[in-house]
Design a protein around this ligand. Structure first.
Ligand code: DGL
Length: 283
């Protein structure tokens, strides 16, 4: 069983792509809707909430958790791997937690000719996690052999823009509003001026606006769906680590949230295009 964790609704964009790539696996989705948004919370708060979410998912039988949330990945993943996992993972149960930032940075470094824009919550942007991971690609064999970069010196420049108003508007169901359009125009202006050639949607909620981003950026700017990148990377990971594949005979998906509003149920079903049973839990 694979756990997918997000602060709210946005992680469904990752789950949807993962299910497409790995339809035979079983999943538990947990959205911490009681505490969303994470974007403006302190490192400590994000760590505590994410650790509790992991506790829940591991207790329900997950052995591998994907922190679909960029903010949780940026602020809590390393600490969870260093301090929390060693206290609960044993040779027998072999538990693991992975994030979304590294696979996206690896992929995007290969696709860019050098000017990468990153948008995300204030927490993700201020953590500098994408900047660090993109710069780490300097040593990556994938970067060096990509057709854009072969034989060239490392030349990635990263331009970040925090976009804190997008998550609350999306969670309110205002993704398609005129207000959203004018806020996006404001946020994207600085990145357009930098003539970025690739744009990282550094928040799980943003693929819900992907058509708008593609329309608003120049046609020369590559704006992929990070959910697809994470799904490809998870598929490759499971080939290397088949021990994390689901053992259930039939694949299934269970949904949990920490606060269940009618709004969440409607938006989730609209996005997934199916009726789902969502369970409310305390973590
Ligand atoms: N899902 C979070 C992320 O990917 C953003 C939403 C939030 O602020 O909680 O960063």
């Amino acid at each position: 069983m694979i756990g997918i964790f997000d602060s709210g609704l946005g992680g469904l964009t990752v789950l949807k792509e993962i299910k497409k790539q790995l339809p035979d696996e079983s999943y538990i989705y947990l959205g911490d809707t009681l505490h969303v948004p994470y974007g403006n919370r302190s490192d400590e708060a994000v760590y505590d909430l994410t650790r509790k979410a992991c506790d829940f998912l591991f207790k329900r039988g997950c052995r591998l958790i994907i922190l679909a949330c960029n903010t949780a990945t940026a602020k809590a993943l390393r600490r969870l791997q260093q301090e929390y996992l060693p206290t609960i993972s044993t040779v027998e149960n072999n538990l693991n937690i992975l994030g979304v930032i590294r696979p996206v940075a690896e992929f995007m470094a290969q696709k860019s000719s050098g000017r990468i824009g990153v948008i995300g919550t204030r927490g993700t942007v201020n953590s500098g996690a994408y900047v660090v991971e993109l710069n780490n690609q300097k040593e990556s064999p994938h970067y060096k052999v990509s057709p854009l970069n072969a034989g060239q010196a490392f030349k990635i420049e990263v331009f970040q823009q925090e976009t804190p108003l997008l998550v609350p508007l999306i969670e309110e169901g205002w993704a398609d509003s005129a207000e959203m359009d004018s806020i996006l125009d404001k946020y994207l202006q600085a990145l357009k001026e930098k003539a970025i050639d690739t744009l990282i949607l550094g928040c799980t909620h943003y693929p819900l606006l992907i058509d708008k981003f593609r329309l608003k950026m120049s046609a020369k700017c590559f704006v992929p769906n990070p959910g697809e990148i994470v799904a490809d990377s998870l598929k490759a990971y499971l080939v290397r680590h088949p021990e994390y594949s689901s053992s259930e005979s039939e694949s299934k998906v269970e949904y949990f949230v920490t606060d269940l509003s009618e709004n969440f149920q409607t938006l989730a079903e609209q996005f997934l295009k199916e009726k789902i049973k969502i369970n409310k839990i305390e973590i």
